[in-house]
Design a protein around this ligand. Structure first.
Ligand SMILES: [Zn+2]
Length: 377
């Protein structure tokens, strides 16, 4: 079926009498979260100019450039929901007009079928070639195998989020106390074997589109993403056996409550921070830590000392633990930025306090020389 035909049938039943540009925008809003500013290609920025382009897209389909802009950012779940929000009678009439293209179509499945067609049309417009039925069946078998063998491992590595750049959809959904899995396992380099280093869990939409895409730049980008994820996973494992003083939760909740009043006048000049973090190689980290130390060091020290006196934490123990985290990550060859991030995240996982406050705590221990050695750049 041509896009033109499908568009006309959809407009007839779903547009509530609106004109072509209006309904085209409506349809695009169902299909993608990308705005018209991004997918529109009209050189004439006036409303008439834009409307004219939409009328031409309605006849000839979406231009390649527009399709490529949205093909990885489609929202088929919204399209289905939106079509299903029309009454049963309306969907039945729509299905009747489409029966020539699919004899099994009815009011109950018309939303899914129309959405499948639209997604495939956009994939084709973007220059991707859909798989034939036999290849599709083989692919489904392979997908199921990869999922059962590597699924759990990859979900843990990606912390249950689609790793496709710019997507980030949740792969494990909870609804009414029930858990459901919405993901597939993709080969990163499709010419290489299915080993864990060459696999990523993705949401069904990114998986389906990437399957058809042979863009080398994208493959390279996914390899980079995978590298970062594995390094992160490795650090998480490195630190997971080490304990962290639970009393630190109390300390962080007191840091959270510090206001301008408590912090003003208590600024502190970092001592030789430049010998621990070089601004030349780690400018962002240096600036961040320097600011945290200047603002918070004195207050945190007071909080720690008083919590230690009252037996809420064992301050020496906390210092030893921070030093142990640092040594372990350093030994594994992690960069300073990685070490800073991993220790902050480790504190976050134990205390469930916001990352920002956990980073402030790590900055404190950098100044205390438990994290990073001076002159060891
Ligand atoms: Zn995705």
């Amino acid at each position: 079926m041509e896009f033109k035909t499908l568009f006309q049938i959809l407009k007839k039943h779903l547009s509530d009498g609106h004109d072509v540009p209006y309904f085209f925008r409506d349809l695009m809003a169902m299909l993608t979260e990308v705005s018209e500013d991004e997918w529109g290609t009209s050189k004439d920025p006036s409303q008439e100019g834009k409307d004219k382009s939409l009328r031409s897209y309605a006849k000839r389909g979406l231009p390649k450039k527009s399709a490529q802009t949205i093909v990885y950012r489609l929202t088929p779940e919204n399209t289905i929901e939106s079509i299903n929000s029309h009454g049963e009678a309306q969907r039945r009439l729509l299905a009747e007009d489409l029966r020539g293209y699919d004899p099994d179509i009815d009011a109950d499945n018309v939303a899914e079928k129309v959405t499948d067609w639209l997604v495939e049309m956009i994939q084709v417009s973007a220059g991707l070639v859909p798989q034939d039925e036999l290849t599709k069946q083989k692919q489904q078998q392979l997908d199921a195998q990869l999922k059962s063998r590597y699924g759990d491992y990859l979900l843990a590595e990606e912390e249950n989020h689609c790793a496709f750049p710019g997507c980030g959809r949740e792969l494990v959904l909870t609804k009414g106390g029930k858990i459901s899995y919405a993901y597939e396992v993709s080969l990163i380099d499709k010419t290489a074997p299915a080993t864990p280093e060459n696999l990523l869990a993705m949401c069904p939409q990114c998986h389906a589109t990437y399957l058809l895409d042979s863009n080398k730049k994208l493959c390279k980008e996914l390899k980079m993403t995978k590298k970062l994820l594995s390094a992160h996973q490795q650090s998480t494992k490195l630190l997971s056996g080490l304990p962290l003083e639970k009393g630190i939760i109390g300390v962080i909740s007191r840091i959270r409550k510090l206001g301008e009043k408590e912090l003003s006048g208590a600024t502190y000049e970092p001592v030789e921070l430049k010998r621990k973090i070089s601004p030349a190689t780690d400018m962002a980290l240096y600036t961040t830590v320097s600011l945290y130390v200047t603002t918070y060091y004195k207050s945190i020290r007071d909080i720690m000392v008083s919590a230690d006196k009252r037996g809420l934490i064992d301050y020496d123990e906390v210092q030893d633990q921070m030093h142990a985290f640092y040594r372990k990550l350093k030994k594994a060859g992690k960069s300073k930025l990685e070490i800073f991030t991993e220790i902050s995240e480790r504190i976050h996982r134990v205390t469930l306090q916001e990352d920002l406050f956990c980073q402030i705590v790590v900055a404190f221990f950098i100044e205390k020389c438990e994290v990073f050695d001076a002159d060891a750049q």
